[in-house]
Write a protein that binds this ligand. Structure first.
Ligand code: 0JX
Ligand code: SF4
Length: 319
């Protein structure tokens, strides 16, 4: 192989990738709140799981905290895209705080489903990752202990329910579609009367990004997912690529994280990004390849998205 051949590389750029409608809306909410009320505006939890996004909003006057108790009474607070337990807005209201809920409408829909099933006398089972803020928020729509969590088909085999005839399930929106099929199948096998969504509650953005990865994974010597280590949907994309036959799939937050040694000898790389990763970081990664290889970029588009969510009315009204 000659030197010039060795430096030739094809980048398969997955589409859809990166920001989803819920992330777009959540970031807009923080920016509009800063315009409306001035700095500081408090944000409970990272608005979305991305350091670049959080640092940018912090530089504009947002203050990120983990708990509502860390916020003063007299400044607005925004709840992150992942959703919050019912106790959080209740505590903010009790303190007469101004708050804006940036929970993605597709997560809120799951909250409403869980509450509705419970009102109908069904015990809830949630398929999700323990400790993830979305799971904590969805389980927190009902009193402590009311929602049972299962993470794997093995959990389904041991979960103890009140009445196997009166059960419903919901899921986190950012799970692996394929893994969730197995968990739902295990639930339906053990509890044939269980009710739930048509398939699961995984959102369009999670589904589309996973399908796009599957379309390129087996053609790539390596696949990089731009995203954060605490981003559930981004981590799932790395797993999907591995399972689809890509022998080296890695999460990178920025171009500086790329392990160039591990990529030695490769001729094709897939690139995608989690729903919370801004396009500027994807371009940074592409530019890093262009600086090292004679790079051809091929867009592989498996779906088009045109979902948009309105920001809450309070931010659309003139001051
Ligand atoms: O960890 P998640 O994938 O739930 O969140 P992230 O990375 O911030 O993505 C956007 C918010 C998704 C909520 O469903
Ligand atoms: Fe909403 Fe899906 Fe984006 Fe989460 S990943 S914010 S559920 S659109």
């Amino acid at each position: 192989m000659t030197d010039s051949q060795a430096k030739t590389l094809t980048l398969y750029l997955a589409a859809p990738r990166g920001f989803c409608a819920g992330v777009d809306r959540a970031i807009k909410i923080v920016e509009m709140a800063l315009q409306k009320w001035g700095a500081p505006v408090y944000v409970r939890h990272e608005i979305v799981h991305n350091k670049y996004v959080v640092d940018d909003l912090r530089s504009k006057g947002a203050v990120f905290v983990e708990e509502l108790e860390e916020c003063p009474d007299d400044r607005p607070v925004i709840f992150s895209a992942h959703g919050v337990p019912k106790t959080v807005p209740a505590a903010a209201a009790a303190r007469d705080m101004v708050y804006v809920d940036a929970t993605c409408p597709l997560v809120s829909k799951v909250h409403i489903e869980a509450a509705r099933h419970s009102q109908n006398g069904l015990q809830m089972i949630m398929i999700g990752h323990a400790g993830h803020p979305e799971t904590v928020g969805t389980m927190g729509q009902l009193p402590d202990g009311e929602v049972l969590l299962v993470e794997t088909p093995e959990d389904v085999a041991t979960v103890e329910v009140r009445d196997p005839e009166r059960l419903a399930f919901v899921t986190q929106t950012t799970l692996s579609v394929d893994d969730t099929i197995d968990i739902v199948a295990a639930l339906k096998e053990r509890f044939p009367s269980i009710v739930g969504p048509h398939k699961e509650d995984i959102c369009y953005a999670t589904t589309n990004r996973q399908l796009a990865v599957k379309a390129i994974a087996s053609d790539c010597d390596a696949l990089l997912v731009v995203g954060a280590p605490n981003s559930s949907n981004s981590k799932r994309l790395v797993e999907v690529a591995s399972k689809a036959g890509c022998s080296y799939s890695q999460l990178v937050q920025r171009a500086a994280d790329i392990d160039w040694r591990a990529l030695e000898g490769i001729r094709s790389v897939g690139i995608t990004a989690g729903a919370s990763a801004p396009e500027v970081l994807i371009n940074e990664v592409i530019d890093a390849f262009r600086a090292r290889y004679d790079t051809t970029v091929e867009l592989v588009e498996t779906a088009q998205e045109n979902v948009e969510f309105k920001v809450p009315r309070v931010l659309r009204e003139k001051v």
